[in-house]
Design a binder for this molecule. Structure first.
Ligand SMILES: C[S@@+](CC[C@H](N)C(=O)[O-])C[C@H]1O[C@@H](n2cnc3c(N)ncnc32)[C@H](O)[C@@H]1O
Length: 194
């Protein structure tokens, strides 16, 4: 059983490496987040109360699995991903609470509405905003800010502190946590201004 899990994690890492190398300008890395980084990203979230969760830039679903393990049985998770190959992997996750959206994160309000929601309780993002066109990055983060329910968190990972002031523009205070147990080591920005 352990061997099967190690083998499937290995295959999943190779697929991620291939996808990352092919599409470095949108994927932004060649390795998926470690479980330590996934846990650090989810630590600000109160899963007992969250009913509408959104994940942006889900990749091969490494954070998605952690979210689904913690999520309330009645909650919904909308995940956005632009790479078709990653979306195929995400659609294979067998969980009725999961909605996979093959599309870009700036369309979040339309997809929330389509599923009967006005707001997201929390948004978890691994989109590599550092390498996205500036206007698109601004559009997506502004949309996230406007789509959050009162008290909701926008949680974002990065490999540098470079964009901290960018998030402060939208959310005011940004709390930063460093995660050394990831390759490369990463920062988790937790934003919540309401
Ligand atoms: C750094 S990878 C993170 C993958 C995975 N969540 C993890 O933590 O290992 C960033 C992901 O964001 C996706 N992405 C980039 N731009 C996006 C956009 N505008 N909307 C949705 N996803 C996007 C990429 O295709 C890539 O899968």
């Amino acid at each position: 059983m352990v061997n099967i899990r190690i083998m499937s994690e290995g295959i999943s890492r190779i697929n991620f490496l291939r996808e990352g190398l092919k599409n470095l300008r949108t994927v932004g890395t060649v390795t998926p987040s470690s479980r330590f980084l996934c846990e650090a990203m989810l630590s600000p979230i109160n899963f007992a109360e969250a009913k509408v969760l959104v994940e942006l830039g889900a990749g091969n679903g490494v954070i998605t699995h952690h979210i689904l393990r913690k999520m309330h049985p009645d909650a919904t998770l909308l995940v956005f991903e632009v790479q078709a190959n990653f979306c195929d992997i995400l659609r294979n996750i067998d969980d009725p609470r999961l909605v996979v959206i093959e599309g870009s994160a700036e369309h979040l309000p339309a997809y929330l509405a389509e599923h009967g929601f006005t707001h997201a309780d929390h948004i978890i993002s691994a989109i590599p905003f550092v390498i996205l066109p500036k206007e698109l990055a601004r559009d997506i983060v502004a949309t996230c800010h406007d789509s959050l329910a009162p008290g909701g968190h926008f949680v974002q990972m990065h490999y540098s502190m470079f964009l901290k002031s960018f998030y402060e523009e939208f959310f005011g205070e940004v709390r930063v946590r460093f995660c050394a147990r990831n390759f490369p080591p990463a920062f988790v920005f937790a934003c919540n201004d309401k």
